[in-house]
Write a protein that binds this ligand. Structure first.
Ligand code: OSB
Ligand code: MG
Length: 374
């Protein structure tokens, strides 16, 4: 694959319903999409960085800057045999894993098209369908939350994950557990607690949660290990796992019993696969996290989720939960048994609605070897 040009593009899409975590509320997404132009093929990648540097240090604007100034030029004019050759070419840039992932994943997307192979097969997946859960944000009232849970259970989702923070946790979990004693239930704190809350977090044990996701600092696994030894409930790390080395250290230290893999958070498909295999060797199940993606990121998450150790329901759910109109067709839909069928067609398995993408575009820039054009 000779990299002839790279297009950076920002699109804006309002969410069907706001999404609130312990770090803030989002009504509208700004999303950076990357297109790799190679041999008449367009490979697409989605950057999962948020509008603000609140989930992690990256944001849409930092990713754009790093892609334009450093990562794009490192690939332009190069010839690559496969997407998995990208990390070595980008390694001089430290961090900025979401920006790197957008680029690397676009290469895999192109490679799957060129090889006329489904992306999931290229990644080494085996599952024909993936198990789906939902992540439900903090709402304006507990009643609104209970209603949302009812809707998602009726749609067939296999696991409900609730966003929690101090003041929206035990009171909420109590009501949910009273209403649904037996559902698969978990919670995600996005680093809203400290070790001063260890006793409080221990009291979550009575809700029989499948896991509590990233209760402590985003950059920690030492204290998560200490906390895990005090809890019956499994800790799942999200923010804390940046790469396979982190996964190995966290597992060895006993910081978690489950790992959430987000391909953007770990820097692309290559590293996501490594995390998957490290966890598999350590008997730690993984599941695929979500970052409010459009259909491009969503289709990539489906492909990744087809690997064997993705044995717990993920946060990959139907397009219509997020978007009035998704930018792929067909949109991602979930069957009544709470699964998504892994597409058997070559590439990402979903066509792009390029006219719609064009309409939603608020800025666009094409980088070419030795030149930059708006
Ligand atoms: O921590 O998993 C998270 C969304 C934005 C930032 C962080 C997280 C999330 C979600 C949403 O939980 C998952 C989804 O895409 O549905
Ligand atoms: Mg999380």
């Amino acid at each position: 694959m000779k990299i002839e040009a790279i297009t950076l593009r920002e699109i804006q899409m309002p969410l069907v319903h706001f999404f609130e975590t312990s770090f803030g509320r989002t009504y509208e997404r700004r999303i950076l999409l990357v297109t790799i132009h190679t041999e008449g093929i367009h490979g697409w990648g989605e950057c999962v960085a948020g509008e603000d540097p609140f989930y992690s240090a990256e944001s849409v604007d930092t990713a754009w800057y790093i892609l334009e100034k450093y990562l794009g030029p490192m690939l332009l004019g190069k010839g690559l045999a496969a997407g998995n050759e990208a990390p070595a070419l980008l390694t001089r840039v430290r961090g900025h894993r979401m920006a790197k992932a957008a680029l690397e994943n676009a290469l895999w997307d192109a490679e799957a098209q060129i090889k006329n192979t489904p992306l999931w097969q290229l990644l080494g997946g085996t599952r024909r369908e993936i198990n789906c859960g939902v992540s439900i944000g903090i709402q304006d009232s507990p009643e609104q939350l209970l209603e949302k849970i009812s809707t998602e259970l009726a749609a067939g989702y296999q696991r409900i994950k609730l966003k929690v923070k101090p003041g929206w946790d035990v009171n909420i979990l109590e009501r949910v557990r009273n209403q649904w004693p037996d559902i698969l239930l978990s919670c995600d704190a996005n680093s809203a607690y400290t070790m001063h809350d260890a006793g409080h977090l221990k009291s979550f044990d009575r809700f029989r949660l499948l896991m509590i996701e990233q209760p402590l600092w985003n950059d920690d696994f030492y204290f998560h290990g200490r906390l895990q030894r005090q809890l019956d409930t499994a800790i799942c790390l999200d923010e804390g796992i940046r790469n396979a080395r982190d996964a190995e250290a966290a597992i060895e230290h006993g910081s978690c019993r489950i790992i959430n893999i987000k391909v953007g958070r770990v820097g692309g498909f290559s590293e996501a696969l490594k995390v998957h295999f490290v966890a598999q060797r350590g008997n730690v199940p993984v599941w695929c996290g979500g970052m409010l993606e459009t259909g491009i990121g969503r289709s990539h998450n489906i492909a990744l989720s087809s690997l064997q150790n993705f044995s717990l329901p993920g946060d990959v759910s139907a397009s219509k939960r997020y978007w009035k109109e998704d930018i792929i067709e067909p949109e991602v839909s979930v069957r009544p048994n709470g699964t998504i069928q892994v597409p058997q067609t070559p590439g990402r398995g979903f066509r792009l609605r390029e006219d719609l993408i064009e309409k939603l575009t608020t800025r666009k820039q094409t980088l070419r070897a030795g030149a930059t054009t708006a």
